[in-house]
Design a protein. Structure first.
Length: 344
């Protein structure tokens, strides 16, 4: 996405006050999320040993930042992309029962990102995971969880308004649920991103269900690795997928913004199926995958919620660099500065 410079952009907080607001949002949201979903905080790793299968492959093609460890016979480690599978492993290790879970501050480096208003090589998100029963693996449970997360977002949006009354709320009262397959059928002339734009602008906040598997047009709505979200199980609506994205309309940039990728995680059956579908059945031999297939890991639901994106949205910022410290091209910095967008 090219850099967007909004017309007549006016920042609503000075950088020093923005730092105070960022802390307020992060403190309030993580405590509210933990209360809504029955989560407790755990400490997250910044890197994992290669070859365990614990790192998140995202769309399955991105490469992690890697390095060798001198004190461990030059074993290779890699900076995390996210903690989708690590969290499920921890739920099993801690023996957390159904209905309860964990969250953590996840920091990652994604060198392959195109740098623009929303994307940075530095990624910070709340990674969360919750143990569920096998019978909870359905659309109703997924929607109930999404509604709780959205309620937490709106609570913090109103907290921002109470502290800074000139930053008025923009999110609708409810989030609208849509199926990726229905959108592909109803809008065959549009690309998946164009469908997101139309629907997010219409409703203000949407959750698109079924991301990763091929739709009625033979193409996926978006990519997903085969070994964390379940995007192949047929749900109660008759479509494939027990996962999705929370997408909201950003009124400053006039574009849709994905705040969260989440879903019910793969069962042993759907993991085997999805590895076959993506042509990588050999991954079944990795440590994490073997544990899952042998029934050593619990059924779970989980996801990630972008910290900087949430702060950016709630503080009406035009660039993610206004709420996080990262590295940007010099011309990028100059273009932003000329428009009054001051990057941290």
């Amino acid at each position: 996405m090219p850099l967007i410079i909004p017309q007549k952009y006016r920042r609503k907080l000075l950088p020093e006050t923005t730092e105070v607001a960022i802390k307020m949002i992060k403190d309030a949201f993580q405590s509210t999320l933990a209360q809504e979903l029955n989560l407790r905080r755990v400490t997250a790793p910044l890197f994992l040993l290669s070859g365990t299968g614990l790192n998140d492959d995202l769309n399955g093609v991105e490469h992690a930042v890697t390095f060798t460890i001198d004190a461990m016979n030059s074993q290779k480690a890699e900076v995390v992309h996210s903690l989708a599978k690590w969290k499920r492993y921890k739920l099993g290790a801690y023996g957390i029962p159904a209905g309860y879970g964990l969250y953590t501050d996840m920091n990652a480096i994604r060198t392959f990102e195109d740098l623009d208003n929303l994307h940075s090589i530095y990624v910070d998100q709340w990674d969360w995971e919750k143990t569920i029963r096998q019978e909870d693996r359905n659309i109703k449970y997924l929607k109930d969880t999404v509604n709780k997360i959205y309620a937490a977002i709106r609570k913090v949006e109103h907290l921002v308004y109470e502290r800074f009354p000139h930053i008025t709320p923009t999110l609708p009262e409810e989030i609208t649920f849509l199926y990726a397959d229905e959108l592909a059928r109803d809008y065959p002339e549009l690309s998946p991103k164009e469908r997101e734009t139309v629907m997010a602008k219409k409703y203000g906040a949407i959750f698109i269900i079924g991301i990763g598997g091929d739709l009625c047009d033979g193409k996926p709505h978006d990519g997903r690795a085969p070994d964390y979200d379940d995007w192949s199980t047929i749900n109660e609506a008759g479509y494939a997928g027990l996962n999705g994205d929370i997408i909201v309309w950003n009124h400053v940039l006039d574009i849709p913004v994905e705040l969260s990728s989440m879903g019910i995680r793969v069962s042993p059956e759907s993991l085997t199926r999805q590895l076959e579908m993506r042509g990588c059945p050999e991954k079944a031999q990795l440590t994490f995958h073997r544990m899952l297939l042998e029934g050593e890991l619990p059924y779970t639901i989980g996801g990630g919620i972008g910290q900087s994106r949430l702060c950016m949205l709630l503080l009406h910022k035009a660039h993610v660099g206004e709420v996080q410290a990262s590295i940007w091209p010099e011309e990028h910095i100059m273009d932003c500065a000329a428009a009054g967008i001051e990057l941290l």
